[in-house]
Design a protein. Structure first.
Length: 238
């Protein structure tokens, strides 16, 4: 019979992150320091070290969005949100539920998902599109400098690519939908368009991704912005 030693909750996360970083080194996967916390949090969520190689970042993406989150709460960036802080627009309620609400509150930020909205359902049906596609367009109308997060639907990325070509300039795009149809192509296209227009982006190339990955990326950025990468600073049980 196995016996287990009790480990404090905060220490579990710390030890997990230490193991992840050590194993990345053992595998010869070198992650730039600025991106490391995002990559480690995704691996912590998935136990999948492929993300050490398939997560792609535009130049300065993490630094730029962290600064934007911090400056928006001070009123420096004048986003159009009613709360004053930046807004995360997700393509699933699962991703929405996984984003740290205490961290959002500290930054006067917010998160929304329109996928279950009745008007979005009607709009998508009338136009012959998906709800994810329609949701991104609505998000762009309401929060044009928001943080757009897709962990499920490649059609969300297609919509974002279209709107960026037409002038949309979001603070960040997170493109990590999972699947087989149009997933690889939509990710690669979006990343190239973001690079072309100097828009911060974090994209998981290939088929892998998901709402849990999307939420973990958002949380890594939020924890960095509020200074709570250390779980003890998030009020974890000692």
């Amino acid at each position: 019979m196995n016996t287990y030693t009790y480990i404090k909750p905060a220490d579990i996360e710390k030890e997990s992150m230490r193991i992840i970083e050590a194993e990345l080194a053992e595998r010869g996967i070198d992650i730039p320091e600025t991106n490391l916390n995002v990559v480690k949090r995704v691996i912590h969520t998935t136990a999948d070290f492929d993300y050490g190689e398939n997560l792609h970042f535009t130049d300065g993406a993490v630094e730029r969005v962290t600064a934007a989150l911090q400056s928006s709460v001070r009123g420096d960036s004048n986003p159009p949100d009613s709360k004053g802080g930046l807004t995360f627009i997700t393509d699933t309620n699962m991703a929405l539920s996984g984003i740290s609400k205490p961290s959002l509150a500290k930054l006067d930020a917010s998160a929304v998902c329109y996928m279950a909205d009745e008007e979005i359902m009607k709009e998508a049906k009338a136009a012959g599109t998906t709800r994810a596609y329609a949701s991104m367009y609505r998000g762009a109308r309401e929060y044009p400098n928001g943080i757009f997060v897709s962990g499920n639907a490649p059609t969300a990325l297609i919509a974002l690519s279209e709107m960026i070509r037409d002038g949309l300039r979001p603070t960040l795009v997170v493109g990590v939908p999972v699947g087989f149809v149009n997933v690889v192509e939509s990710k690669e296209e979006l990343f190239a368009i973001c690079e072309e227009h100097d828009i911060p982006a974090i994209v998981a190339f290939g088929r892998k991704g998901g709402s849990n990955v999307a939420a973990s990326i958002c949380n890594a950025l939020l924890y960095s912005a509020v200074g709570t990468i250390d779980p003890m600073k998030r009020g974890w049980q000692k």
